[in-house]
Design a protein around this ligand. Structure first.
Ligand SMILES: [Zn+2]
Length: 483
């Protein structure tokens, strides 16, 4: 691949990404108020909107308890989970089954689906007696008896008086009001720095900066705030979720929320090459994914200002994929381009021998390549997931560039006065032989390549006018390869 075209394609990729992001503005609904509900069964309050998770990404811990009959404020909704606030100031997440269902309910909607109304609560042998659209109000009349491994049904009455059975799943259990949606950005920081910056400062300021907390736990008179959208890098550990410990409204300390966190980027220098400013800002530029998200009522949360027709979307997708491969190539090419410049600069020192120049070139390539590789890996999230591919690519390029330098450095340098870049003064074929190359893959498959191996004697003329030295270099060429 010609580097020039790759560069053009990479610039195109950056521009397209930028445009795609601009034309996908988020339009969300934030103005809903908290509303009252009642607990119907004793339960644990969790720090996140799921049960205690097994994996780090799903970390959630118990922050308090609620008892049957307790009045609560519903603060926020996420799928089948609700964030509630109780009188003593404890806040946490609870599954909708623990909250009192309302008589007036909304029919769930995902895009434009309608819900069939059945004459009896059975999957087999029922008759469809009507239908109801999503986001319509209905009255809950009766629940089918709960049976293990069976769908739950609810008998409803629609606004126009139709009565029948629907899947309980299709009804919003407690959502007689729009639950609040809170936009939270994800933040990443070096732990030592954020602890130093925030210790002693009011927690209200912290909330103002990083949005309403996911949970509040009260322990021995101290309030502990949970922020699941904050990740702290503690040397080689990524702490998922953060708890902010406060006393009298001021921050005392900042910790991980439940577990010490997962090990990441354990290469030398990775901790010092991690720059939260890049992770928190620049990263969004490359976020090409189309966020087509809905709230639990089926309303679109994000919408595009301009929606291209289907065929144009596909062409765009193909173009973007191709140009991103180029961008990837350019990203990896940069350290080697710089090393090349260094090697050329060093070579201007006419007292240095070719082998020293080669050594400088190789070492700078390896050092720069390594620093660059670690930098990309610890700062751009997507690359973390493709560590091995990334690493092999860098390794291959290092080896490739070193052999390229080796050839060019020895070839272009006058062996007498060390002047850089001699000119070609003809070449002659010395030897020619038929060869067969066999490559065996790990799958056991073989490829056989027939070609000619040629040995050429290249004559070089020193471009230094005072020198005018002629010298010859032996070069080997293989007809199967293209230079
Ligand atoms: Zn010379």
């Amino acid at each position: 691949m010609k580097a020039k075209y790759a560069l053009y394609a990479a610039i195109f990729a950056v521009v397209i990404t930028f445009l795609v992001n601009v034309f996908q503005k988020d339009r969300r609904i934030y103005d809903a108020e908290p509303y009252a509900s009642v607990i119907i069964e004793d339960a644990d309050l969790m720090s996140n909107y799921h049960w205690r998770g097994a994996s780090d990404e799903w970390v959630s811990r118990v922050v308090g308890q609620v008892q049957a009959g307790m009045p609560v404020q519903v603060m926020e909704g996420h799928s089948e989970w609700y964030k509630i606030l109780i009188d003593d100031g404890t806040m946490g997440w609870i599954h909708e089954n623990y909250l009192k269902p309302s008589k007036k309910v909304l029919v769930r909607e995902v895009e434009n689906r309608t819900i069939d109304i059945w004459d009896k609560p059975e999957t087999a042998g029922h008759k469809v007696i009507g239908e109801v659209h999503g986001r319509k109000w209905v009255t809950r009349l009766e629940e089918s008896p709960k049976a293990l491994n069976k769908q739950a049904f609810t008998r409803i009455r629609t606004e126009d008086g139709k009565e029948g059975w629907v899947f309980s799943y299709d009804l919003e259990r407690i959502g007689w009001k729009q639950p609040r949606l809170i936009q939270r950005d994800e933040w990443r920081y070096n732990k030592k720095r954020i602890v130093k910056r925030w210790t002693g400062r009011p927690v209200e300021k912290f909330i103002g900066r990083y949005s309403e907390p996911h949970a509040i736990m009260i322990e021995e008179g101290r309030k502990i705030y949970f922020f699941n959208n904050l990740y702290l890098f503690n040397d080689h550990r990524k702490e998922i979720g953060t708890q902010v410990i406060t006393e009298d409204g001021n921050i005392q300390n900042i910790h991980y929320s439940a577990r010490p966190g997962q090990l990441i980027g354990r290469f030398p220098l990775s901790a010092s090459l991690r720059f939260p400013i890049i992770m928190n800002n620049l990263w969004h530029v490359f976020d090409l994914s189309y966020h087509k998200s809905y709230n639990r009522f089926g309303d679109k949360l994000s919408e595009t200002i301009y929606n291209p027709p289907q065929w144009l979307s596909w062409i765009l997708v193909i173009l973007v994929v191709i140009s991103f491969i180029s961008l990837f190539y350019i990203i990896l090419f940069v350290p080697y381009y710089i090393s090349n410049k260094i090697a050329l600069g060093v070579s201007l020192n006419q007292k240095l021998a070719n082998k020293i120049i080669l050594l400088v070139a190789a070492i700078s390539g390896i050092i720069l390549g390594y620093i660059y590789f670690v930098f990309i890996n610890v700062n751009i999230g997507t690359f973390n997931n493709y560590f091995l591919i990334h690493f092999l690519f860098v390794l291959g390029m290092t080896i490739g560039f070193i052999s390229k330098w080796k050839s060019d450095l020895l070839y272009n340098r006058c062996s007498k006065c060390r002047n850089w870049s001699g000119s070609d003064a003809g070449s002659e074929l010395v030897d020619k032989s038929e060869h067969t190359l066999t490559t065996t893959y790990s799958s056991g498959n073989k490829t056989v390549e027939h070609g000619t191996k040629e040995v050429w004697l290249d004559h070089r003329l020193c471009t230094n006018q005072e020198c005018g030295h002629f010298w010859s270099i032996v070069r080997t060429r293989w007809s199967g390869w293209h230079r």
